[in-house]
Design a protein around this ligand. Sequence first.
Ligand code: MRU
Length: 352
Amino acid sequence: MNVETLRWKGGIDGTLEMIDQTLLPTERVVLEFSCGQVEKVWEAIKKLRVRGAPAIGIAAGYGVCIGMQTVLDADKTTFFARFDEVTAYLATSRPTAVNLFWVLDRMKTLGDCLKRLENFDSRRAAQGLLDEARKIHEDDRAICHAIGDFGQALIPDGAGVLTHCNAGGLATSEYGTALSVFAKAFEAGKKIHVYADETRPLLQGARLTTWEMRERGIPVTLICDSMAAQVMREGKIQAVVVGADRITANGDTANKIGTYSVACLAYLHQIPFYVAAPKSTFDLTLSSGDQIPIEQRDPEEVTCGMGRRTAPDGIDVYNPAFDVTPARYIRGIITEKGVVSPVTEENIRKIF
Ligand code: MRU
């Protein structure tokens, strides 16, 4: 079973289909975005209807194409004014996952080439942008498979493996990063058992990771975030694998809030802690994790997270969506080019 969280239907005047992840696992609703609805794509990214670093990037690529549908027959000046507006606007949706900016930069690089073409044709230019968005999407499938293949070799037969948040097919083109490692180990005949942290406040682990693992027939047990130490102490975990939203030049890694605690616990219990991520998640312009912009989200996600108020009205809340795990706690970073280990700036630069 492959989860396809995003799908483009048709040509330059086509539509973008997206599974609304906020409704999973109880409802599987496919949203459709059509002519010019770039604000709706922005809202879907902001509200986590589509989420996970690679999927956010892919959605932004298609979001550009949706935005450009209002100028398919425009002159060159109007076309590129709209292009600049749409790309700048989508960049304001979420700040931490660098894949969003990586995709928008790729679209802008192509836009610069198109700008220089003689005999400008708006439909041909829009087709070029759509081809690029589709290529980013297609490339991600192969990347996820490669990450899984490299990563599964690190997972012992019979292992209990823990993950935090959701770095699966829903968060990418179809197979995932951390969850691709588990899927490939399982397909290779290894008897693994996945422990999924529920991942407060938005429960990506409980709602999405357990759902994906069950769809693939991989044994999975859900735990509250606060239980990770105990299951490690009981000897149930032989490896931890998580995804990433941004990795800096020295290997510091931003991922879903709570990842840092899991990394510290793994370190204390001498359990290998791996990050699985594509090259597009690296931001070599930043030297360390202190420079990563951390998204702050609505306090209501903490006080009313499960549709019911669980804290007094008006209480002060701190709600960072991500934290940074220092490179020294990471045994290896599993990429489509192989495993970076030990995690040093020198070894990271070798894969680029
Ligand atoms: O806020 P989210 O749900 O977008 O956060 C997602 C994560 O932190 C994932 O672990 C990360 O993006 C990697 S997805 C392959």
